[in-house]
Design a protein around this ligand. Structure first.
Ligand SMILES: NC(=O)C1=CN([C@@H]2O[C@H](COP(=O)(O)OP(=O)(O)OC[C@H]3O[C@@H](n4cnc5c(N)ncnc54)[C@H](O)[C@@H]3O)[C@@H](O)[C@H]2O)[C@@H](O)CC1
Ligand SMILES: Nc1ncnc2c1ncn2[C@@H]1O[C@H](COP(=O)(O)OP(=O)(O)O)[C@@H](O)[C@H]1O
Ligand SMILES: [K+]
Length: 463
């Protein structure tokens, strides 16, 4: 397992059971969790006065351990509890705390505040008085820490079940949970740290990590590095952005199949004219094509429909975005050839797959299984899901990405990485990470074109 693994509440309980079957007691896990969190708090806040809020379950037990360990290091610690401790381990941790315990409702603010009220066991929103007290104490503290999860967030969906304040640091225990990466919960803290407590877990679902890229082989030529075609249509600007992004993605060659010629933009892009569907079909018959993009600027009329039909039957690896997804949605997402990559935003996703149940991760995985395609479910939290059950979740992307054309750029970049790697899930993960890092480097108020200019430096940083 890596510390980037994402586990639901039930999967985390399973991981805990596996550790316990191997001879580690639940209380030993709680001591590890408390010690790891205490170490982080010590490094961040040193001897500043600290208030620890302890809930009735094992999250509260972690809080008692943190309080005891930091007091032993000379930190002035106060503890406020929400009622009695109701689990055996939390009662043990409470008994080992050798200081006074105030009622939560009476607790006064401190410079540092630890929220150990509720973690993965939260079953409903906090009572309003408790949520308000938590919000007041968090706002008054200069340093605030949420243990495992901010109290009030739903572990598996990232929904807020009651008012949740903004924390400085969230310390995930043992593994990440969906709420650490999915909004709105992922917006409830500035920094996320994961503490190892020695539990093992599958790593089918992970946080998206920076990719390791390779330079072209010594004997590489433009076709071996990957030939990409973009099938444009009514709005040349969008497919031009996708072409330009593909051209700077590391691929060997990019062909733009448009309704008019030339298309403008970099001369390295080969501008081809294909007005009729049979011309598009002929241009896509090149067996060297390693990725074909359709959607950006395609249009939604009969001509677009005919062009899309040529794309869907060309037999080459596909990246479908924007208008292609809308046209598919009207008919059937199952028309997508296996091994394709689909890049829907929320509206396109719902049109294609309906309102699926579960978290954004669950929805993306179901859509991938149903369509046989890799799904890049875009947004502030971006889920990449494969038909075989793997998923990666990207979070914390620049909100400046919410500008026209950044999706077209992503589609071209995905196709470029698909042409380079030949692996749809890997290509999708690489592209989403590179796109996010390009946005980070582009700073504020950038336009979609600016992102592309960052690609060579972003790629260089991952070689
Ligand atoms: N799973 C693991 O491997 C480990 C878990 N640990 C901690 O244990 C936590 C989970 O502990 P629990 O399962 O005891 O759950 P919690 O401590 O999150 O809370 C569950 C308790 O709160 C009650 N409750 C739930 N929602 C409530 C609400 N809105 N108002 C009032 N009461 C409410 C429940 O009935 C239950 O008594 C984790 O988040 C983590 O902090 C750690 O101790 C270390 C190991
Ligand atoms: N608020 C946001 N924070 C982070 N990333 C975002 C945000 N809004 C959009 N994005 C990203 O920007 C891109 C927008 O794509 P899309 O909605 O298809 O836009 P367009 O069609 O204008 O190109 C996607 O990669 C998406 O994940
Ligand atoms: K908590």
């Amino acid at each position: 397992m890596t510390l980037a693994s994402v586990l639901t509440a039930a999967q985390m309980r399973d991981a805990e059971q596996v550790a316990m079957a191997a001879g580690v007691t639940e209380y030993a896990l709680m001591e590890r969790a408390g010690a790891a969190a205490a170490e982080i708090i010590w490094r961040a806040g040193a001897k500043r006065d600290l208030l620890v809020l302890c809930g009735p379950g094992n999250n509260g037990g972690d809080g008692f351990v943190i309080a005891r360990l930091l007091r032993a290091r000379g930190v002035p610690v106060r503890v406020a509890a929400l009622g009695e401790s109701r689990t055996e381990s939390s009662r043990t941790a409470r008994a080992a705390w050798n200081g006074p315990i105030e009622p939560l409702a009476d607790a006064a603010p401190a410079t540092q505040m630890v929220d150990a009220l509720f973690g993965t066991g939260l079953s409903r929103g906090l009572d309003t008085a408790v949520a308000d007290q938590l919000a007041m104490l968090t706002a008054q503290a200069s340093f605030s820490y949420a243990i495992d999860l901010p109290s009030g967030v739903e572990t598996d969906s990232g929904a807020l079940l009651s008012r949740v304040p903004a924390f400085g640091i969230c310390i995930a225990l043992g593994a990440l949970k969906p709420a650490h990466l999915l909004y709105p919960a992922a917006g409830c803290f500035e920094r996320l740290l994961c503490a190892d407590i020695g539990t093992e877990a599958p790593d089918r679902i992970c946080r998206l990590e920076p990719p390791a890229l390779a330079i072209p082989a010594a004997a590489a030529h433009k076709y071996s590095r990957g030939l990409v075609a973009i099938v444009g249509g009514a709005m040349a600007g969008a497919s031009r952005l996708a072409s330009h992004a593909a051209a700077r993605s590391g691929a060997g060659m990019v062909r733009h199949i448009g309704l008019e010629s030339p298309i403008g933009g970099p001369d390295a892009i080969v501008a081809l004219q294909g007005d009729e569907a049979d011309e598009v079909t002929a241009l896509l018959s090149d067996q060297r094509l390693a990725a074909v993009v359709a959607g950006p600027g395609l249009g939604r009329d009969d001509r677009a429909r005919a062009r899309l039909a040529s794309v869907l039957t060309c037999g080459r690896p596909l990246v479908l975005d924007a208008d292609a997804l809308t046209l598919l949605g009207e008919e059937n997402a199952s028309a997508v050839p296996a091994g394709s990559i689909l890049t829907p935003h929320e509206g396109e996703f719902v049109r294609l797959f309906g309102d699926l149940p579960g978290s954004k991760i669950d929805k993306a995985l179901k859509a991938a299984r149903r369509s046989g395609a890799v799904i890049i479910y875009k947004g502030a939290d971006c889920v990449i899901a494969a038909p075989d059950g793997r998923a990666a979740v990207a979070t914390g992307a620049s909100s400046w990405l919410s500008t026209a054309g950044t999706g077209d750029v992503l589609a071209g970049l995905v196709a470029g990485r698909l042409a380079v790697t030949g692996d749809p899930f890997r290509a999708a993960c690489e592209a989403v990470w590179l796109h996010g890092d390009a946005a980070r480097r582009a700073g504020a108020a950038f336009i979609a074109d600016d992102l592309i200019m960052q690609f060579p430096a972003v790629i260089a940083s991952r070689l």
